[in-house]
Every structure is written in structure tokens, then in C-alpha cells.
Design a protein around this ligand. Structure first.
Ligand code: ZN
Ligand code: ZN
Length: 218
């Protein structure tokens, strides 16, 4: 199945409108996309007052693009102590991620808290901007625990083509733990919608396609 479940629109820091994104998705024969704008705590995130407007727009476009499954998503920043701010908004796909540098132990602490929050569907670009200083064996142990925690809380792992994250070792651990996965280009402009080659390659290497997570029912 051809999907791209991580696309930014001009409701956050993407260049293009949702309609322009869907045109591109149709031209590339994508079967499912998720419009995933940055969340409320990101410097270029969607404004909370625009969420309802975006929902209305998405609903209208679903009528025009019946050949594409269109998910309403958000990429929520993992805040202090792992807090995820969604107000009370409902999304088909909640990605959680960080966008600043962390040392590995602090990063893992934040990510674990986000996983346990019950608000997150998938961890996005796990390991990006992280300085790894833990000894490899300790890191492996901690990442094994994280994968088990993700399984317990039904959190999928995102294979992110833009950042080529997570690293192969963590992808393997996630697959062994029986996690679901998502595929994302992390596109910020229409031409890169569907640029998911790296993600698809690794999905094929490590996961059964039945593990592809295509959003939850709101
Ligand atoms: Zn991100
Ligand atoms: Zn993103």
C-alpha cells in the first residue's frame, strides 16, 4: 500500500495548502495520507483557533478525493517531563517528537513519559538530534525496554524518510517487540509528498505489512 503519513501543510510550517498536497498525492497514486501539522507548542505549529477550520477543510476534501484515505493528524512536541498538549482535540493520528538537542538519557526519559501518556499513536523520527553517550549495551537494554513499553501502550514506530530515523538497531527492536509502524516523508512542500523510499525499504526488511498503522477511529 502506498502511503505517506507525515505531511505538513501551510497550517503549520509547510508551504502548500492541503488541496495542493492532495493533488500531488493523487498524481503519485498514494492510497492514504496524513496531514500532520506541528502542534500547539511548536514555534511554527498550527494555531489552536485554526484546528476546527482545518477539520472542515479536510472533511470537504475527503469528498473530492475519495480515492485517498485522508487522516487528520498532528505532530505534538514532547514537552517538559514528557507532557503532550492536545487540549481536548481528537485526531486520527497523533505523532510525538522532539525538535531540539538532548543527551540520550534525558531523551529516553521524555520519550518514555510520552509513550505512557495514552495520547500518542506513534513516535516520530525517534533518535533525531540526540547525542548518544550511553555505552552500547546499556543503550540496547534501555531501547528494548522502550520498545516493550510502546507495545504495552499501543504506540507505533514511525519510519521517517526525511531524517532516516530511527536507526536500524531500534527498528529491529521495534519489529521484534511486535510493534505497529507508520511511514512518513515529513514533507514540508508538495513535490516531496510521497518521498518515502527509505521508510518503505526498511518496512519491507523488518515488518509484515499487516503491521502498518493507518490511524485510529476518533
Ligand atoms: Zn518533526
Ligand atoms: Zn514533521
Amino acid at each position: 500500500m502506498k502511503v505517506d503519513l507525515h505531511i505538513h501543510s501551510n497550517y503549520s510550517d509547510g508551504l502548500n495548502s492541503i488541496e495542493e498536497i492532495l493533488e500531488e498525492a493523487r498524481s503519485k497514486n498514494l492510497e492514504a495520507v496524513a496531514i500532520v501539522d506541528h502542534g500547539y507548542d511548536h514555534s511554527k505549529g498550527i494555531l489552536h483557533c485554526n484546528v476546527a477550520k482545518r477539520e472542515v477543510e479536510l472533511e470537504a476534501l475527503r469528498g473530492q478525493y475519495e480515492d485517498i484515505k485522508i487522516l487528520s493528524g498532528i505532530e505534538a512536541d514532547i514537552n517538559l517531563n514528557g507532557h503532550i498538549n492536545l487540549y481536548n482535540d481528537k485526531y486520527d493520528l497523533v505523532l510525538a517528537s522532539t525538535h531540539e538537542y538532548y543527551a540520550d538519557e534525558e531523551y529516553l526519559r521524555l520519550v518514555e513519559a510520552a509513550v505512557c501518556s495514552g495520547k500518542v499513536d506513534a513516535l516520530a523520527h525517534y533518535g533525531w538530534l540526540v547525542s548518544w553517550v550511553l555505552p552500547p549495551d546499556d543503550l540496547m537494554l534501555k531501547e528494548k525496554e522502550l520498545a516493550a513499553l510502546m507495545k504495552e501502550h499501543n504506540v507505533a514506530v514511525e519510519l521517517n524518510s526525511l531524517h532516516e530515523k530511527p536507526g536500524i538497531e531500534f527498528i529491529k527492536l521495534c519489529a521484534e517487540a511486535g510493534l505497529m509502524y507508520t511511514i512518513g516523508s515529513d514533507s514540508h512542500r508538495a513535490p516531496s509528498v510521497g518521498n518515502v523510499e527509505w521508510a518503505v525499504r526498511n518496512a519491507k526488511l523488518f515488518f509484515d505489512e499487516s503491521k502498518l498503522f493507518l490511524g485510529k477511529d476518533k
